[in-house]
Every structure is written in C-alpha cells, then in structure tokens.
Design a binder for this molecule. Sequence first.
Ligand SMILES: Cc1cc2nc3c(=O)[nH]c(=O)nc-3n(C[C@H](O)[C@H](O)[C@H](O)COP(=O)(O)OP(=O)(O)OC[C@H]3O[C@@H](n4cnc5c(N)ncnc54)[C@H](O)[C@@H]3O)c2cc1C
Length: 472
Amino acid sequence: MIVVFERDLRLVDHEALAAAAGCGPVFPVFILDAPLAASLGSAQKWWLHHSLSALNADLADQGGRLLLVSADDRADAIIDLAERTGLSHVAWTRRHGVRGRDDDARLSGKLEAAGLTASLHAGQLLHRPDGVRTGAGGFFKVYTPFWRAIIERIADAPPLPAPVSLRFAAAPDGESLESWALLPRTPDWAGGLAAEWTPGEAGAHERLSAFLDRALMGYGEDRNRPDLPSTSRLSPHIAFGEISPRQVVAAAMKRRTSRNGADLDVFLKEIVWREFAYHLLVNADDLANANFNRSFDAFPWAEDEARFKAWTRGLTGYPIVDAGMRELWTTGWMHNRVRMIVASFLCKHLLIDWRRGERWFWDTLVDADPASNAASWQWVAGSGADAAPYFRIFNPVLQGEKFDPEGTYVRRHVPELAGLPAQFIHKPWAAPSQIRQQAGLRLGANYPHPIIDHAEGRARALSAYQTLREAS
Ligand SMILES: Cc1cc2nc3c(=O)[nH]c(=O)nc-3n(C[C@H](O)[C@H](O)[C@H](O)COP(=O)(O)OP(=O)(O)OC[C@H]3O[C@@H](n4cnc5c(N)ncnc54)[C@H](O)[C@@H]3O)c2cc1C
C-alpha cells in the first residue's frame, strides 16, 4: 500500500501507516506538489528539510526509505507511482488546512477514477473539526462551550499502540532532499533555528518528556512568563505531525497527580485552542484573509511601511516587542504571551492590518499553522471569533514588567539593553542619562526611541475603533 505523508511526519500513532502495515508491504512517499511548495514559509522549509531527513532515517532503521517526489499535481504523481509499483491502494492522513478538505475530496475522486483505492485516516487533530456542533446544529464561535463539548470526548481518542515492524515494497528511485533546496543558502540565516530545535519524531518526544518532567507543574501560572522555560515548545512538532495531539494528551493525562491537576487542565485547554482554531478554519469562509467579523471590513487600517519594517526587525523602541520579534527571527518561534503583545502592538498602536502580521508570522514561524495563526491574529485584532475586544489595548511597558519582571527575556534578545537595571529595562527612555551611559545605551543611536508614543497610539486606535462602531 502507498502511504502518502504530509503533515504527519511520524511512525507512531499513524493510522494510515498502521492500516497499510496490516495489509502487507508499505511504500512511504512524500509529495511536494505545487500548492504545497507555494504555501511553505521560509522557516517551515527549513523545518521540513530536517523533519523529512529524520523520518527517512527512522524508516531506514527498519529497512525502508521515504521516496521523495515533486510534482505539479499530487494525483498524477500518485497514479504514476501506482503504475510503476503495481500497488493499487493509497492511504493518507485526512487534511483540514486551507487546502485540506476539498483537496482530499478531489484527490480521492481522481485516484478512484484511475482505478485506485483511497483511504483517509484521522491523525492531525483530536477530533474532526467539522464533527462538533452546538445544540442548535451550528458551529461554535465561543471557546468555552467548544472546550466543554470536546473535553467530554478527550479520552475517546487514545493513541495507537506502537506499530509492529514494517515491511516495505520495493521503491523506484526518488529525488534527493538537497535537490529541493529547502534550506536557506545566501545568506544562511538558520543558525539560530539549528541551535534551538531538533526536528523529527525523536526530538518531539524529547520535548514532551522534558516538559512533563520539568514544567507541567506550575504551567498554569508560569506559561505567561517568556523569561522562564515554562511551556512545552511542542508547537512545530505538532504542526508537522511529528507527534500527534492525542499522544501529547495521553502522555500528559498519565502524569495527573493530586498536585498538578489544575496545571494539567490549563495545558489541555491550550491543546484544545488548536482544535478550536481548526473548527473555525473549516467553518469560516477564509480565515487567513477575510475578517471573521465582517464589520471589520470597514476598519481604517493605516499604510505605514516604515513602522511595519521597524516592527519586523525588532526596532520599535519597546523592549518586550523588540525581544519577541527578534526571538522570532532568530529561533523561528515566539512565546505565546509575547505573540499577543507584538500582534496587539501592530494592529492597535500601529493600526497595521492584521493580515500583514499574519503573513510575516507565516514566513518566519517554524510552527506556522493555517488555523492557529489566522485565528490568533484575528483574535488579537478583534475581528475574530470570541475575540479580545478591540478596545483592550496592551500597554507594552506594563506587559513587560508583569511577565518579564527582571528583564531576563529582553536581555536575552536585545543585547543593546542588557546593561540596564530591571527598573528601566522595559522603558529605557525613562532611565536617567547617567544610567543609560553606564549601560552603553545611546537612544536614537544604538537603540531606537519608541516609534509611537503609547498614549498617542492608544488614543488613535480607540478613535479608529469608534469609526467602526459608528459605521455599523
Ligand atoms: C498572533 C498569534 C499567532 C499564533 N500563530 C500560531 C501558529 O502559527 N501556530 C501555532 O501552533 N500556534 C500559534 N499561536 C498560538 C500559540 O502562541 C502557540 O501555539 C504557542 O506559543 C506554542 O508554544 P508551546 O508549544 O510552547 O505551547 P504550549 O503552551 O506548551 O501549548 C501546547 C500546545 O497547545 C497548542 N496551543 C497553545 N496555545 C495555543 C493557542 N493560543 N492557539 C492554538 N494552539 C495553541 C500548540 O499546539 C502548543 O504546542 C499564535 C498565537 C498568537 C497570539
């Protein structure tokens, strides 16, 4: 049986692979079709390269290998492979992303028209995102009732046991991973990513164990602290399917004790936010492009190239914002609390359309996810389902002081400010000149003045929001 991998780059808890293994020799293939190639951001390409390499090594340990095929059309590539191998059954993990549901339906149709058997399996989510309905039969627009509906069924989705050993069908020659040129070359900006991450199934399980051993206890409180190693950092592994959400949930639930129950529930709630994002993605028109709340179509976004550029480069003059944007650039990841702060700063202080931020994140995040990214940006912007109200505008200084009290996070990512005492680290302009001098800080020279005054940005955002209310 041909098993087509995509965002399920693992061997364990892989329903399509387990079904194939139960029927005879398997033939694992990854197809880089034109839509997939066009949709990958730069950081995801880096991850994909290493994840494919890890999956191939895991298959090689069992005597197999992953065939790599690039093609304009996925169905044509599979039909061609079926002809060359004599295999007539094709299995893959059901997709739910932007290209997901319709593409799967089209693909199954084409394969079946060519005389092949197609079987789709669960694996990307805990539950089918279109399978949960409100009492009235609609979809959930508010998180808490969705969570209640899901949590009741969370134990219904246990992971599969480890698969029996695999037998492989003889494979024709494929393409080399290097020929896909997924890694950055000139310049090679990926050094920070390589230092931070180990893509692949083994790396995913190491992250999970480290989190459960060290950070689950206290997660409820600490997960908002970017200065602490307080969250799992599983998001890119989950996004690439190197570990399934049900494996994560099952492993976490096994660790429940009388002392960590509240922390565990908060962690499960975060996993379910991802499910909610997919629930919205499959029920909304076009989550990454269209305002979920259509009254935001009239929002007076500003065109401000210079400030957008300053934001992307971590040069806004607000230390917590700049630390976040630089963490993103260097490691391909950003702490959730800081994602909320930088996103709020872009949409509210700078009045820049959330879609520009979403695109930037898409290109730079290793965990870029069509559902979570779009839903979260809309949530912060105020245009989303169950969104933060537009008039709730984060003060980047107070947020920094609250969640990075010693300035450890800022010092890690913004070395120009490293010499400032904690008292001024989130507002360097307030430091007396002697302290700035001692810290080697020259505002306007080696670190910018704030690109917008907080009070001014806040007032401008509120008045923009007011025009929206008057228009509706
Ligand atoms: C503007 C913005 C953009 C975002 N873009 C993405 C994205 O492209 N991809 C992505 O995976 N997450 C995104 N998130 C959600 C969240 O920031 C990350 O999932 C989280 O920071 C990942 O770190 P972690 O694995 O340590 O999370 P943990 O706190 O350890 O949580 C465990 C897992 O739960 C899921 N999760 C946690 N929080 C959320 C959330 N708010 N929404 C959806 N899933 C969540 C993730 O899969 C995460 O790995 C975004 C948030 C914001 C505010």
